[in-house]
Design a protein around this ligand. Structure first.
Ligand SMILES: *Cc1c(COP(=O)(O)O)cnc(C)c1O
Length: 342
C-alpha cells in the first residue's frame, strides 16, 4: 500500500468524506469521452442543466469489500450497471456500457485503495455512480450533454453492536405511481421521500413503509429499501410490483435463502393487514444489507414481528450468509464477485 489514511474504521458512519480521486466522463454529440480520474470533487455545470430543474438524474450504490487475504472485491457490479441502464432509458439519458461502468468502479477503488477499510472491521468502501443531464437548456427536454461519475467513501459497519430491530410506520404518501418511476433509481423519487421520512422520524420511527399506489393495501418499500418477511414454515417472501425498485440485495437474499439455507422463496403480494403470517421481517439494501423490522405501525396499531429488541434467527442467518459471501468468507455463486486488481 502506497499511502495510509487516519480513519477510525470502528466508529466510521455513513457520511460524505472527500476521497482522493473520482471518475468523470462526459457525453456530447452522441458519444462518451474516455473518462478520467480527477482530484476536484466539484462540478461546473450550466445553470440550464436539466438535472437542476427537471430531475434528469439517476444513481447507483454498491460496495467494495476487503477480504481476509487482503484482496478487494466488488459485489455484482454488473447488476448495478444494468440497473443504471434501465434508469437511463426511462429518463431518455444515454446508457453507459457495462464494461465502462465496471471499469470506472475498478479505477476508483484502485485510485483510493488506502480508503478500503481493513477486513474484520465490517466497514467497506461505498461507491456512488451517478449520471446527470447538463449543458445549456431551458425547456423540458432531454439535456444536450451528460456527466457520468463514480466517487467513493469509506463507510462503517451499519450495526456496530450487533443487529438491532427498528420500527416503521405506514406513510400516507405514495413514493411511486402505478406506471411512474418507482422501479428506477432516479433522483425525483428521493426528493419526494424526504417529507414522508421526516414525518415518520418525528413520530419516533426509523422510516416509513410505502404501500402500493393503486390500492394502498400492499407493502411496496421500506424507506429506500425492499421489504421481506419470513413465514412460520421458513419461506422468504418479498412483494412483487412494477413500482418497487428491484434491490440487488433482495435478489441475492432470494438466492441465499434457496441455495444456501434450503428455504423456499416467493415473490408475491404482501397485504398490510395480513402481517401475522410472518414470524420475522426485514428491510434490505446495500447500505445495511438487512435491517430487522421490530414492528410496523398501521392505523394506530403496532404489529410486532419477532421482537422489538432482538433479531430473529432466520434474519440473522440470511444476514451472516450474505455478508460472508460479500467479504469472501463463503463461496459465492458464479459471477457474483469481481476482484479488483491492485
Ligand atoms: C437502492 C434502493 C434499494 C436497494 O437496492 P440495492 O440494490 O439492494 O442496494 C431499495 N429500494 C429503493 C427505493 C432503493 O432506492
Amino acid at each position: 500500500m502506497s499511502k495510509t489514511v487516519n480513519i477510525d474504521w470502528k466508529t466510521l458512519g455513513f457520511k460524505y468524506i472527500k476521497t482522493d480521486l473520482r471518475y468523470v466522463a462526459r457525453w456530447k454529440e452522441g458519444r462518451w469521452d474516455r473518462g478520467e480520474l480527477v482530484e476536484d470533487n466539484t462540478l461546473r455545470i450550466s445553470e440550464g442543466s436539466t438535472a437542476l430543474h427537471y430531475g434528469q438524474t439517476c444513481f447507483e450504490g454498491l460496495k467494495a469489500y476487503r477480504t481476509k487475504e487482503g484482496k478487494i472485491q466488488l459485489f455484482r457490479p454488473d447488476a448495478n450497471a444494468r440497473r443504471l441502464q434501465e434508469s437511463c432509458r426511462r429518463l431518455l439519458m444515454p446508457e453507459v456500457p457495462m464494461e465502462t461502468f465496471i471499469d470506472a468502479c475498478m479505477q476508483v477503488v484502485r485510485a483510493n485503495e488506502h480508503y478500503v477499510p481493513p477486513y474484520g472491521t465490517g466497514a467497506t468502501l461505498y461507491l456512488r455512480p451517478y449520471m446527470i443531464g447538463v449543458g445549456d437548456n431551458i425547456g423540458v427536454a432531454p439535456a444536450p450533454e451528460y456527466i457520468f461519475s463514480v466517487f467513493c467513501i469509506p463507510v462503517g459497519a451499519y450495526f456496530k453492536g450487533g443487529m438491532v430491530p427498528v420500527n416503521f410506520t405506514v406513510s400516507d404518501h405514495d413514493r411511486a405511481a402505478p406506471h411512474g418511476t418507482g422501479a428506477v433509481k432516479v433522483g425525483g423519487n428521493y426528493a419526494s421521500s424526504l417529507m414522508p421520512h421526516h414525518l415518520a422520524a418525528e413520530k419516533g420511527f426509523a422510516d416509513c413503509i410505502y404501500l402500493d399506489p393503486a390500492t394502498r393495501t400492499k407493502i411496496e418499500e421500506v424507506g429506500a429499501a425492499n421489504f421481506f418477511g419470513i413465514t412460520a414454515d421458513e419461506t422468504f417472501v418479498t412483494p412483487q410490483s412494477p413500482s418497487i425498485l428491484p434491490s440487488i440485495t433482495r435478489a441475492s437474499l432470494v438466492r441465499v435463502a434457496k441455495d444456501y439455507l434450503g428455504m423456499k422463496a416467493e415473490e408475491r403480494d404482501v397485504y398490510i393487514d395480513q402481517l401475522d403470517q410472518f414470524t420475522e421481517a426485514g428491510a434490505c439494501g446495500t447500505a445495511a444489507v438487512i435491517t430487522p423490522i421490530g414492528g410496523i405501525e398501521y392505523k394506530g396499531q403496532l404489529h410486532v414481528f419477532y421482537s422489538e429488541k432482538e433479531v430473529g434467527p432466520v434474519t440473522k442467518k440470511l444476514y451472516d450468509t450474505l455478508c460472508g459471501i460479500q467479504f469472501g468468507e463463503k463461496e459465492a455463486p458464479e459471477g457474483w464477485i469481481y476482484e479488483v486488481e491492485i
